[in-house]
Design a protein around this ligand. Sequence first.
Ligand code: NAD
Length: 389
Amino acid sequence: MDFVKFGIIGIGNMGSGHVRYIGELSNCRLTAVCDINPKAFDRINAATREKIKCYTDVDTFLKEADIEAVIIAVPHYFHPDLAIKALKAGKHIIVEKPIAVHKKEAERLIAEGAKHPELKQSLMFNQRIIPTHKKIKQLIDNGELGKIRRINWVITDWFRSQAYYDSGDWRASWRGEGGGVLLNQCPHQLDLWQWLFGLPKTVRAVVKFGKYHDIEVEDEVNVYMEYEDGTVGNFIASTGEMPGDNRLEITAEKGKLIYEDGKITFVRNEIETSEFCKTTKKSFGIADKWICQIPVNNEAAAHQHRNVIENVANAILKDTPLLAPMAEGIRGLELGNSMLLAGLKDKVVTLPMDSDEYAAELEKLVATSRYQKKVVVNEATADDMAKSY
Ligand SMILES: NC(=O)c1ccc[n+]([C@@H]2O[C@H](COP(=O)([O-])OP(=O)(O)OC[C@H]3O[C@@H](n4cnc5c(N)ncnc54)[C@H](O)[C@@H]3O)[C@@H](O)[C@H]2O)c1
């Protein structure tokens, strides 16, 4: 057999996109979908619908559908529970980002995943596929930049209108979603951050809740991080700015890398900064520099989600290594949780973060949430959600 039979749980904005991507892949077949809201199936075109089975009950879907792998594309709180159900039913999984709403839930899912080494477990970190991101990683890993001194990432081009937040009642509430820009929009950047630079030792943050929108959760964050080796990081994110920026600056011994508008520029020092500082006889001035435009063929950027699904199918069929193993999802989640905790408590958070402390803080926020449908932070189940719809 040279293809994998896929099912998808959650046929909303993202799940309906996956329906389309899978249809384009030679090593995958979509055989079934599941959504608690049958209206969601209207998003699937008639030709595809004829070839697949539609379910409204997850347990029946996992028991009866002719599937080997499942993509989980439901609201974040339900990722761990549904992923665990799928693993227990013997299915390979691709979990949408974020892996969970908070670290303790991610730990629970990863612990279950460890019991099923025969099943491939991936996260939808589609931005790892983008060639410019891969190139930046290659430059760092190959030592082209030298030791990194400071990282600045301004990611404010996630503008969202009030209409967006009003489009789903689970959105942007503590009870329904569990976080804002750090949990919904930024998981990709937080994953890339840890993928490129690793995790910092300490995190401080100023976090604003509902600053630009009528929402409960955060829509602006200003974060300062420190690493064990003295490297510092600044991370600024917002859904309230227009036009926003997506600008990454990496200041290192051998120069400065700037990534903006899909282009990578490296301003290369002729002499490493610390060497120049120690040896120059001049009181002012800096070493000579070259401005290098790093060429990247970015065509593959158009096929991000598709490529992750294709990779998982190849992992199942040929044991190809996963591009985004699910367990790695806890790292970016922990980074985002620690930013929110630092802002909420106005304190320096040290990593590894205490997942119990974060879960307790989130429980308090959930208790105050104006979204009243029944969702329990640590015990969310598909049944709860089904009843609430
Ligand atoms: N990787 C990416 O680029 C990307 C982009 C957008 C969204 N996402 C992720 O996809 C997930 C879904 O987001 P969305 O925008 O598609 O949401 P959505 O609200 O548009 O769709 C969610 C769907 O899930 C269904 N659903 C809810 N609970 C269910 C359950 N227990 N069992 C079965 N079906 C259930 C709903 O009826 C709905 O049709 C989120 O976690 C989000 O972060 C990822």
